[in-house]
Ligand binder design. Structure first.
Ligand code: ADP
Ligand code: MG
Length: 679
């Protein structure tokens, strides 16, 4: 549906090949791109300052009649043109540098409006002009109004870009209106053409605010529609597996657990099971703070899948965590007569072949592993449920590859990195979200203390005290980003020093990313049994590790870790009823690092920590390189505009419910408006 908006920018008279090339550098190729190239900021130049009231250092807009002109060559490179302006209150010089073409345009007697900074002056004040307009220009774009400023590229000035955009706005009315009438009416949003005109050249601040709101809302609405429509299409074309209702096995699993589920766990499990029993493929995100008890919920869902005759798989981001889940699942599932397989990169060849063969034959009902699971050679006989733990650690493609192993399997992704709800909606708008709010009974917030390195002994004293009382300790090494090898070395040194000098009477263990599997399993098992009392660790323990008797953690070089990461690390303790402690050692050098440590000492709820982290760092860094597929909006900011996200989500849902059957037309609109091919 190529229309005028698809015309290249050269379609405009003001744009020749050179300017088209410059615009191209800004990502602006068509008239549509140009209209959607929004100003970065604005200057209010509506009020003219009387020339008799200029104050040095201020940036002003003023106007007057040209009563004199002079030109001087200051140096080989610098030529200045000055116009003396007069109004009823006084006189001022307006000064331009190296603007030869102006000589032709400025004439005595002419009225001019200029914007710029007022120089320090003794006699007649002087304005260093950044923008100006002469009376009689067709429209005022640069002064005497709220003036837009665009991101530029070398060779393209604000003046030129404003003129080009202004020309393009003649075609604003060709923009199709994608917001349904009743939604515009409900929020009193202006139409698309009006919004485009107002965001580029706002007549006043209210119009600007409305235009921005409308355009930001539209981005979010269209994005949500795209996500929902995609999911609907997916679900309507291909039915998934309708898992059988719970039977004896599911009942026994819950009955034989050493604890009963919390109401929150029961609620999310019900949500999951309802999805599983429906004939549509489940796509659900399970959120819950560190230690909230997601694993057991996943296990219950896996038992259900197995009970109905399917296989279930769980993928974890580290070998350490996969091995822990494997051990834990065997404890829970062996009494039910269910075997659990492990598949990671460090399995011996023979073990691996056996697991692969039994997985393909369907004789292993439950398999846990790392991304080794997504390799080509891994086949299931009838995969019915895929669980992805700590899913933010995986890329989109890795998740997708695991799904390919089954025919429309149900999918449950879990995360302990609490994502604020609005961001979850923006990121995973095509997933349903279940939240385990609250922790299992008896948990107390981890007492978190920030200590300078000079007071390290206090942290060690706490370790001693806890161990004496039957607890256990983690000591986390400072982060070495450069290489895993260096990190492992640093950990070895720390462990050696601690066991020699600080805790000669205790058993100090060590885990890091370079240990062989047997060694790692041996150490973790010893720590779990209590044979190792102090575990020195790198960030390999950051996610998922669950040893409930651990009650104290010392984090070295805490200022180097991100807030979310510190919260995750701290989550390794405080996993049972006993009071736990976390000592953050470090000398934060930046204000931000200080703020991070302060937030963590005062804040125990992962969602609050994550919100704070987002505020401190912005969504890009928050997810860093770990999170792929964060949508980029022009105006909307999913963090700042959280209420708008929720409204857009709700509106998109009800709109889709009403227009179901007309989805293709909708998709055309979506495709035409946003290049959402990436999602
Ligand atoms: P996470 O949500 O961080 O993955 P886990 O699933 O590892 O948390 O659970 C943390 C700890 O809490 C585990 O030791 C688990 O056995 C325990 N746990 C989970 N649910 C309950 C419950 N309802 N009552 C008591 N302990 C529980
Ligand atoms: Mg977990």
């Amino acid at each position: 549906m190529a229309g005028v908006l698809d015309q290249p920018v050269q379609y405009l008279k003001a744009v020749g090949p050179r300017r088209a090339g410059l615009l191209g550098k800004l990502g602006v190729h068509t008239l549509r791109d140009l209209l959607l190239y929004f100003p970065r900021h604005y200057e209010d130049r509506r009020i003219l300052r009387p020339l008799g009231q200029l104050v040095p250092g201020e940036t002003v807009t003023a106007g007057g009649t040209v009563v004199g002109l002079e030109e001087r060559q200051l140096s080989a490179r610098l030529r200045v043109l000055r116009a003396c302006l007069e109004d009823t209150s006084g006189r001022a010089w307006a000064t331009w540098f190296n603007q030869d073409y102006l000589k032709q345009r400025l004439r005595p007697g002419q009225t001019v409006v200029v914007s710029g900074r007022v120089k320090a002056f003794l006699g007649i004040p002087e304005i260093l002009v950044t923008d100006f307009e002469t009376a009689g220009e067709a429209e005022n774009l640069h002064t005497g109004r709220i003036v837009p400023f665009y991101p530029l590229t070398a060779g393209l000035s604000q003046r030129i870009l404003r003129q080009i955009v202004f020309r393009a706005l003649e075609y604003a009315s060709s923009f199709p209106e994608v917001l349904p009438e009743e939604i515009r009416a409900r929020y009193r949003l202006p139409g698309i053409a009006q919004s485009l005109r107002d965001i580029h050249f706002p007549p006043d601040k209210t119009a600007l605010r409305r235009a921005r709101l409308r355009l930001a809302y539209e981005e979010l609405f269209v994005f949500q529609l795209a996500l929902l429509a995609r999911r609907r299409r997916w679900q309507s074309r291909q039915k998934g597996i309708a898992h059988a209702p719970d039977g004896e096995l599911s009942r026994r699993f819950l009955a034989e657990l050493p604890f009963s589920l919390t109401p929150a766990q029961e609620r999310v499990l019900r949500e999951i099971k309802t999805d599983m029993e429906s004939p549509w493929p489940m796509a659900r995100l399970l959120q819950g703070d560190v230690g909230a008890g997601k694993t057991v919920v996943a296990a219950a869902a896996m038992v259900k899948a197995v009970e109905g005759g399917y296989q279930a798989v769980l993928m974890a981001p580290t070998e350490l965590l996969a091995e822990q889940h494997w051990a834990g699942f065997r404890r829970w599932l062996a009494p039910l007569g269910l075997e659990v397989g492990l598949l990671t990169g460090s399995l011996a060849k023979k073990e691996k072949e056996e697991v692969l063969a039994r997985t393909a034959a369907g004789s292993l009902p439950v398999v846990v592993g790392t991304h080794a699971l997504i390799q080509e050679e891994v086949r299931f006989r009838h995969l019915g449920l895929v669980v992805i733990d700590e899913q933010h650690r995986f890329g989109v493609t890795q998740r997708a590859s695991l799904l390919q192993k089954g025919w429309q399997p149900d999918v449950l992704v879990m995360t302990a990195t609490p994502i604020p709800r609005t961001l979850a909606l923006t990121l995973y708008g095509d997933l349903e979200v279940s939240v385990i709010d609250g922790l299992p009974p008896g948990r107390q917030p981890v007492i978190t203390v920030w200590l300078p390195e000079s007071r390290r002994q206090e942290a060690y004293a706490a370790v001693r005290r806890e161990v004496a009382g039957g607890g256990q300790a983690y000591v986390v090494c400072p982060l070495v980003e450069e290489s895993e090898a260096l990190q492992a070395e640093a950990a070895q040194e720390l462990a050696a020093r601690l066991s020699r000098e600080v805790f000669p009477d205790l058993t100090v263990g060590l885990v890091h990313g370079r240990l062989k599997r047997e060694e790692r399993e041996r150490v973790m098992e010893a720590f779990r049994r209590g044979a190792v009392q102090v575990l020195v660790a790198t960030t390999v323990i950051e996610v998922g590790v669950d040893v409930p008797q651990a009650t104290v953690m010392v984090i070295e070089g805490a200022e180097r870790f991100g807030l979310a990461q510190l919260h995750q690390l701290r989550g390794r303790v405080g996993r049972a009823a006993r009071q736990a402690y976390c000592y953050l050692l470090g000398r934060p050098r930046s204000a931000q690092a200080r703020e991070r440590l302060r937030i963590l000492s005062n804040c125990h709820d992962g969602f609050a920590v994550a919100e704070a982290d987002l505020r401190l760092r912005g969504p890009g860094d928050f997810f860093g390189t770990r999170q792929h597929g964060l949508p980029q909006f022009r105006l909307a900011d999913p963090v700042r505009d959280s209420r708008l996200v929720l409204a857009a989500r709700r509106d998109a849902q009800s709109y889709l419910a009403r227009t179901y059957g007309r989805v293709p037309a909708l998709e055309n609109l979506i495709a035409e408006r946003n290049n959402l091919t990436k999602i």
